[in-house]
Design a protein around this ligand. Structure first.
Ligand SMILES: NC(=O)c1ccc[n+]([C@@H]2O[C@H](COP(=O)([O-])OP(=O)(O)OC[C@H]3O[C@@H](n4cnc5c(N)ncnc54)[C@H](OP(=O)(O)O)[C@@H]3O)[C@@H](O)[C@H]2O)c1
Length: 307
């Protein structure tokens, strides 16, 4: 374990002991630690840190400072530790897209993140929905626009291509969150030219290893991973279980980091997008982009903890 890693873990431990209001100050001291692991968007020179952030449910809050200030701290941790990280949102996530836009604007951070949103409407309503997303996000362009859950995907992909030609979006993709959609996703990856695919993959849901991940690697498609904790269910599965001693060998100090390193150590994965409303958990999650990654044997060992 490097000195830098120790510094990072020390900050992380002290953060856990601090009141939430102090989190930002503690993170500010983390500025000198090593760079996070990054992966290239295939076919480009653009690199993304392997840990980003989702916003479904966690950022779906109202306007009060009580609701928004913990999320501003979550964002501050991400900005501090993961420059150019993916933030994934959608117009169908209640207020989450607008809250994301407001917090990015307040932090003057639009150009320091990779904003991914979605078309969650049928093709007839998609242009208006995208206009609403740009307005909610306080931006003229998004980095990635995805067809959400394959809704009207043929026609929506045409719109996405048009928007890419107009430079309103930099990259285009498709998403789903269930194993039973992955065969359909694979057919589209074979037939269409896509920049990104966003899918579910975790230590407890490994179907993507069968076809989709190798296919994306072969076709040069970037992969974002949603539901990395199965919407938090993985933590319930290990409740009361101590983090294994050997976690230290792969620079993990928590179950969350083990679960995330399992994902981002797969060579086809570009970034995982865990969601959190808690700055401490965000700091825990970004820690998975640092230090040694598990090899094949160690990945199997992580998976066996849930067997
Ligand atoms: N079809 C699609 O396109 C699709 C579908 C599903 C999800 N997504 C995207 O993927 C993102 C992530 O998936 P998800 O929202 O289903 O959930 P997830 O990231 O698998 O899990 C989120 C849950 O884990 C908890 N958590 C996060 N970090 C933690 C940590 N270090 N320690 C303990 N608990 C932790 C959070 O609670 P706290 O808030 O208390 O930290 C929250 O309850 C979504 O937000 C969304 O952007 C896309």
């Amino acid at each position: 374990m490097s000195i830098d890693r120790r510094t990072f873990l020390g900050i992380s431990a002290s953060l856990a002991a601090l009141p939430a209001g102090s989190a930002l100050a503690a993170v500010a001291h983390a500025a000198t630690v090593e760079a996070p692991m990054r992966r290239k968007i295939p076919g480009t020179t653009v690199q993304l840190p392997v840990i980003g952030m989702g916003t479904a449910r966690t950022f779906d809050v109202g306007k009060s400072p009580e609701e928004r200030s913990p999320l501003a701290e979550v964002l501050a941790v991400l900005l501090q530790r993961m420059p150019n990280a993916v933030i994934d949102t959608a117009p169908s996530y209640g207020n989450a897209e607008a809250v994301t836009g407001d917090l990015l604007q307040a932090a003057d951070a639009r150009r320091r993140v990779f904003v991914a949103t979605k078309i969650s409407a049928n093709a007839a309503n998609a242009p208006a929905q995208f206009a609403g997303s740009l307005s909610d996000l306080h931006t003229d362009t998004v980095d990635l626009l995805q067809v959400h859950n394959l809704i009207d995907w043929r026609d929506n992909l045409k719109l996405l291509r048009h928007l890419k030609d107009q430079r309103k979006v930099r990259y285009i993709g498709i998403t789903h969150y269930r194993d039973d959609a992955q065969d359909a996703l694979a057919q589209i990856v074979r037939a269409e030219k896509l920049d990104f695919v966003q899918i579910n993959y975790s230590v407890a849901e490994r179907n993507a290893e069968r076809v989709l991940l190798p296919l994306c690697e072969e076709r040069g498609v970037a992969v974002l991973i949603n539901r990395p904790f199965q919407d938090g269910r993985l933590f319930a599965a290990v409740k009361g279980k101590p983090v294994p001693d050997w976690a230290d060998e792969i620079d993990c100090e928590s179950w969350g980091q083990l679960f995330l390193k399992f994902i981002v150590s797969h060579p086809a994965v570009t970034a995982a997008i865990p969601a959190t409303s808690n700055p401490r958990n965000m700091l825990d999650n970004v820690g998975a982009a640092f230090g040694r990654m598990p090899d094949t044997h160690e990945r199997a060992r992580i998976a066996a903890t849930l067997a």
